[in-house]
Design a protein around this ligand. Structure first.
Ligand SMILES: [Zn+2]
Length: 306
């Protein structure tokens, strides 16, 4: 019952924060304030009544069109709300079931669990924001990626100390693994730093090689900073997995585009079309955060290393 309540609450919060993110995503590129004026139709300026502004529900009720001018609102609005809602709900579900099924003390909520929950919620929100900005504007703003990297480091520091603290408080053996690491409570931060440096560096090396071979830019500096952010949050293995998934998804998207006759007609131009790599990196990052350990384990089994 607790699990259901927690999950539903987090999903509703995610829908609300996704709805706010939609406002940001429409106004940031135009340099407008996200607070004022109130939500309105981008086409006719009609100010939305509260019931036209409910996440998901309003979009469905209005069938994705403005009530006044019938302009198409777009798929992005329900998709962003759904994405943030589902990811937050999933994270909360993990959090509550971990507490409820705690072997030693059922119902015990530990500091690391809380830090993980809040950290992941911020991380997913950032990834959804960057994914849409890159898809719509090929834009990965520094004022999102750079604080994103810093937040990843902060997350690792707080989680490290949280593990130490909860170990002292409850005397549970769960944290021995982390505290036995060479750098103690700082181990997570060291992993974050390595992930960010190598992850970001990898994109820079590819970018540099590509320019040498092809004479023009294949990847932006924004992609390097985004990759550093993934490294800061997920560590190097998680970031590399996200990168591999992004390349696969990008290749699949290219093939799918080629299969569409309209896109193929512009094939000459198509080879020059810049795919939003950042969007695929964000999707890869989410998948890596959700199932990274399982995917890496399955891969190692498949190549016969484990
Ligand atoms: Zn309108």
């Amino acid at each position: 019952m607790m699990i259901a309540y927690g999950t539903i609450l987090a999903t509703l919060m995610g829908l609300a924060f996704g709805s706010f993110l939609n406002v940001c995503l429409s106004r940031w590129p135009k340099g407008e304030s996200v607070v004022k004026p109130r939500s309105h139709c981008c086409n006719c300026g009609h100010t939305l009544a509260w019931w036209e502004n409910l996440p998901l529900v309003s979009w469905l009720a209005l069938r994705g069109r403005c009530r006044q001018c019938k302009a198409w609102i777009g798929w992005r609005y329900p998709l962003v709300e759904l994405a943030v809602g589902a990811l937050w709900g999933w994270q909360a579900w993990q959090f509550v079931s971990l507490a409820v099924n705690n072997a030693q003390i059922p119902g015990l909520i530990t500091l690391p669990d809380v830090v993980t929950l809040l950290g992941r919620m911020i991380f997913y929100w950032l990834l959804v924001a960057l994914a849409v900005l890159d898809a719509e504007h090929l834009w990965l703003p520094n004022w999102l990626t750079l604080p994103g990297i810093a937040l990843g480091f902060a997350y690792s520091i707080i989680l490290g100390f949280g593990l130490l603290k909860s170990d002292a408080l409850t005397g549970l053996p769960m944290t021995e693994g982390v505290l036995a690491e060479p750098f103690g409570v700082w181990s997570l931060l060291v992993k974050s730093l390595i992930g960010a440096a190598v992850g970001g560096g990898l994109v820079l090396v590819i970018r540099w090689t590509y320019r040498l071979l092809r004479g023009h830019e294949g990847m932006g500096l924004g992609d390097a900073k985004l990759m550093a952010m993934l490294g800061a949050w997920l560590g190097l293995p998680g970031a590399l997995l996200a990168f591999a998934l992004a390349v696969l998804l990008g290749a699949a998207a290219s093939l799918a585009l080629l299969a569409v006759p309209a896109a193929r007609r512009g094939a000459q131009r198509w080879t020059m079309t810049k795919l939003p790599l950042g969007t695929f990196l964000c999707i890869g990052g989410v998948l890596s955060a959700l199932w990274g350990r399982q995917i890496i384990a399955a891969y190692l089994r498949w190549v016969g290393l484990n």
